[in-house]
Ligand binder design. Structure first.
Ligand SMILES: *Cc1c(COP(=O)(O)O)cnc(C)c1O
Length: 414
């Protein structure tokens, strides 16, 4: 019981140690990842993991909840202030759980939802046939314009008019442009649909006013807390007052059991951090870095989908420059040079999702480490030299060494 991890379980201890080394030594460009503060880490690794607290603050099904009540109420109050939301539920274990609770709160099996297709930036939980959202509900899709890469709002309106969905979902995992939530809400409401905005990726930008907020316009807004928001892994739901009790009961007891109070503590700390001026500076730097990386990739001859980025991420369509190289190939090559990114489908995709023709780059994690625009230029050149010299061992070794050197200049705090 009182033995430390190293003494109790050397295998897990070593794997965690190796992961720490990996995180420190790799340039992390996965757009959905970030590094939490030591304070968040401490909260998540706290004794709160021991506590059962089914229910909500002040109305729990277990005794001994006076301290976790304080924690959850802090998280709720801070999130409400941060996003200007009428009602907040901080208990979803993940973004997917948050989304399912929203669907289950207002939809019956067979109801129609209108969402962005997964292939062009959407998320599995937006009606993919292999996800519960696609199994239970009738999902139909709007899309991005294949040529421009921008969401086709005219198409969205046209489909909303003819199909009359019950719920319109807006939000993306791989969309580099700003989203007009006000327009989407107008399209939905004029056609008898409710709107659900999923800001999992852009929550940090929304919280700091650097991206239009969907909160005033949409019935439901969900987010993850671990992407640009830089908190612990988890989800959150925001909604209008009139849906408060529906959402709360859809989450618990509808789709979850006891909340992860240690994670909710981490969320509370994250929401406090996100209210500080430094956090807004951080989000601004994410955008500057993203713009710098995209611009340099384009200058190096790469095809940046939609011609650039308005947010923390970009998509590179490799077919224009590396006809034979799949997104998967690029991901593996970059990984061997200590640059972590992921393959991604791109507009007018011609390959399967497991190969894909694009890669996605995001700047939240590298910006947390303190990297700036000059490092982005260096990283863009590094990516270029890796992708152009796949078979040259010397170039690859040099790229890996350079990546490690950049990382060493920006050590993680843990
Ligand atoms: C990441 C993401 C989610 C899901 O979050 P998980 O915590 O992985 O379940 C949902 N929606 C969008 C748009 C996302 O990008």
């Amino acid at each position: 019981m009182d033995r430390c991890l190293e003494d109790e379980d050397i295998e897990v201890f070593n794997a965690i140690g190796s992961e720490k080394v990996r995180q420190n030594a790799h340039i992390e460009l996965i757009a959905s990842e970030n590094f939490v503060s030591r304070a968040v880490m401490e909260a998540v690794g706290s004794v709160l993991t021991n506590k059962y607290a089914e229910g909500y603050p002040g109305r729990r099904y277990y005794g001994g909840c006076e301290n976790v009540d304080v924690v959850e109420q802090l998280a709720i109050d801070r999130a409400r202030r941060l996003f200007g939301a009428e009602h907040v539920n901080v208990q979803p274990h993940s973004g997917s759980q948050a989304n399912f609770a929203v669907y289950a709160s207002v939809l019956k099996p067979g109801d129609k939802i209108l969402t962005l297709s997964l292939q062009n930036g959407g998320h599995l939980t937006h009606g993919h046939p292999k996800n519960i959202s696609g199994m239970l509900y009738k999902a139909i899709h709007y899309d991005v314009n294949g040529e421009t890469g921008y969401i086709d709002y005219d198409l969205m309106e046209q489909i909303a008019k003819t199909e009359r969905p019950k719920l319109l979902t807006i939000g993306a995992s791989a969309y580099p442009r700003a989203i007009d939530f006000e327009l989407v809400a107008k399209i939905a409401h004029e056609n008898g649909a409710m709107v659900f905005a999923d800001i999992a990726h852009i929550a940090g930008l929304v919280a700091t006013g650097l991206h239009q907020s969907p909160v005033p316009y949409c019935e439901f807004v969900t987010t993850t807390t671990h992407k640009t928001l830089r908190g612990p892994r988890g989800g959150m739901i925001m909604c209008k007052k009139e849906y408060a009790s529906t959402i709360d009961s859809s989450l618990f007891p509808g789709t979850q059991g006891g909340p992860l109070m240690h994670v909710i503590a981490g969320k509370a700390v994250c929401f406090l951090e996100a209210q500080k001026p430094e956090f807004k500076e951080y989000q601004k730097q994410i955008l500057k870095n993203s713009a710098a990386l995209a611009k340099k990739m384009a200058a190096n001859g790469y095809h940046v989908v939609s011609g650039g980025t308005d947010n923390h991420l970009m998509l590179i369509d490799l077919r224009y420059t590396h006809g034979d190289m799949t997104g998967n190939d690029a991901q593996n090559l970059l990984e061997s040079a200590n640059i972590t990114a992921n393959k991604n489908t791109v507009p007018r995709e011609t390959r399967s999702p497991s190969k894909a023709s694009g890669v996605r780059f995001g700047t939240p994690a590298v910006t947390t480490r303190g990297m700036g625009e000059s490092e982005m230029l260096q990283i863009a050149d590094l990516i270029d030299s890796v992708l152009r010299n796949a078979n040259d061992r010397e170039v690859m070794n040099f790229a890996k060494k350079t990546a490690e050197e950049i990382c060493n200049r920006f050590p993680l705090p843990y």
